[in-house]
Unconditional design. Structure first.
Length: 451
């Protein structure tokens, strides 16, 4: 880093940051209490609350949200008449998946090859630490020039909407002039990036019934309608020959005019097997940031082991549809349900049920906050210009906040660059990214206060 005093302070705080992230990663804070003890999430929430209290935050509270989890809130007053900035992160994490596949234990922060490995290291416990580092650096260099609110969510990965519902019921709580969502990431390590769009999502469960019960495939197969075969036909209708998503009535030809994603780099990042083609048309950025994408998340059908020679009477699937900016998720849900029903063959009985939805998001990149962040990132990443990228995933809270506070500026930054492998085994964070983004956030708060 440069000789900038803020950067020097952050650099001096990195050993403490590693120790704190080690403590935070140790909590198995998966907000699925059928699989993981609720006490683990509660312990992580208390850790965050204690950290805010130690930094002088007022009104620190563990908010009991409607989905049975806790979000942590704190308020740190700044100078009279200053702007208010809300800093967001989440302390809950994805399940570790196959723990045996991890090189080192998922809930023990471990340094290896210059990175820190552990579940949540990047997504998003590292985001909590990033906010703390930025605030500490400012306190040590003239003070924090804005009012700061911090909210750390406890169920973001589960998508159960607890914090969104709580915020809607208490609209004054998170009100701010600008909101920094610390749950995104740079396009690649060392390239400062703000995420300016998010795809929304809808989840639909589809069920097909054809018979009163399963039948012997030798006695009845060939004439008796197979519900699993019908379901396969329906699911196949959601893709064109090249793999593009095809939902009747849903536009799928938008283009992305920002930062582009090199196809070979994408193949490497996605770990596509040799000889396997990418799906869809247009640029990679078009496909993952600007167009809809359907994914079959699961199918209820007999497993191969123990299967019997039967014609299946019923079959179910869970279908996810990522919805690009500019498309209403509720309308996309209706189109998806209509498509599934229209493409069910043989007069089979079909039912669809929506079980989750989040709207897409598009930021106003011409706002003063974006200029303040661009200037901050230019200092934190010497020689690099801030880039704008999309993100294929969803952060439903963004739309809740945008709806509640339409005049607020929303920026998305974070530690989840491709090498972090968030949601996968061996998730890790780059300590250099943590350091630089903490500097960028601190300088942003200073720049924004003066704008």
């Amino acid at each position: 880093m440069s000789s900038n005093p803020v950067a020097e302070t952050v650099a001096s705080l990195m050993p403490r940051a590693k120790a704190e992230l080690t403590e935070l990663v140790a909590f198995k804070s998966v907000a699925d209490f059928d699989q993981f003890p609720k006490s683990e999430s509660e312990g992580a929430a208390r850790w965050v609350a204690d950290a805010l209290t130690a930094e002088g935050f007022q009104d620190v509270a563990l908010l009991d949200t409607p989905d049975g989890t806790q979000s942590v809130y704190g308020y740190l007053p700044g100078p009279e008449g200053a702007k208010t900035v809300l800093l967001y992160a989440h302390y809950d994490v994805q399940p570790p998946l196959d723990e045996a596949a991890w090189t080192t234990p998922p809930f023990e922060l471990t340094e290896r090859d210059g990175r820190w490995y552990g579940r949540g290291a990047a997504d998003c416990k590292g985001g909590v630490i990033m906010h703390l580092l930025a605030l500490r650096a400012l306190k040590a260099n003239g003070g924090i020039p804005v009012h700061v609110k911090v909210i750390a969510e406890g169920s973001e990965e589960m998508g159960t909407g607890g914090l969104e519902r709580y915020a809607e019921a208490h609209p004054e709580l998170l009100e701010a002039d600008t909101i920094v969502i610390g749950d995104a990431g740079n396009f690649r390590v060392g390239l400062p990036t703000v995420t300016s769009t998010l795809r929304g999502m809808t989840l639909v469960r589809v069920r097909i019934d054809t018979l009163a019960g399963n039948l012997h495939s030798g006695q009845f197969g060939g004439a008796a309608p197979d519900a699993l075969a019908a379901l396969i036909r329906v699911l196949d209708s959601l893709r064109a020959e090249d793999g593009s998503t095809t939902v009747d009535g849903l536009t799928a030809d938008a283009s992305w005019d920002g930062l582009q994603y090199d196809e070979e780099q994408f193949r490497k990042d996605a770990k596509v097997l040799d000889g396997v083609e990418l799906i869809g048309s247009g640029t990679v950025a078009d496909r993952i940031w600007a167009r809809p994408a359907v994914t079959v998340l699961g199918i209820d059908c007999p497993p191969v082991v123990g299967a019997t020679p039967s014609v299946q009477a019923s079959a179910r699937a869970l279908v996810s549809l990522r919805v690009p900016p500019g498309v209403d998720a509720a309308e996309a849900t209706k189109l998806l349900q209509a498509h599934l029903e229209a493409h069910t063959p043989w007069g089979a009985r079909v039912s669809t049920e929506q079980i989750g939805q989040g709207q897409p998001f598009r930021a106003d990149t011409t706002s003063p906050a974006y200029q303040a962040m661009a200037e901050a990132m230019a200092v934190a990443y010497p020689g690099e210009e801030m880039q704008y990228a999309g993100q294929g995933g969803s952060i439903p809270l963004c739309n809740t906040l945008a709806s509640l506070y339409p005049r607020a500026e929303i920026l998305l930054i974070g530690l989840s660059e491709p090498e972090a492998q968030i949601h996968a085994v061996n998730e890790s964070v780059s300590p250099e990214e943590l350091e630089r983004l903490s500097v960028a956030e601190a300088l942003f708060l200073r720049n924004y206060a003066a704008s």
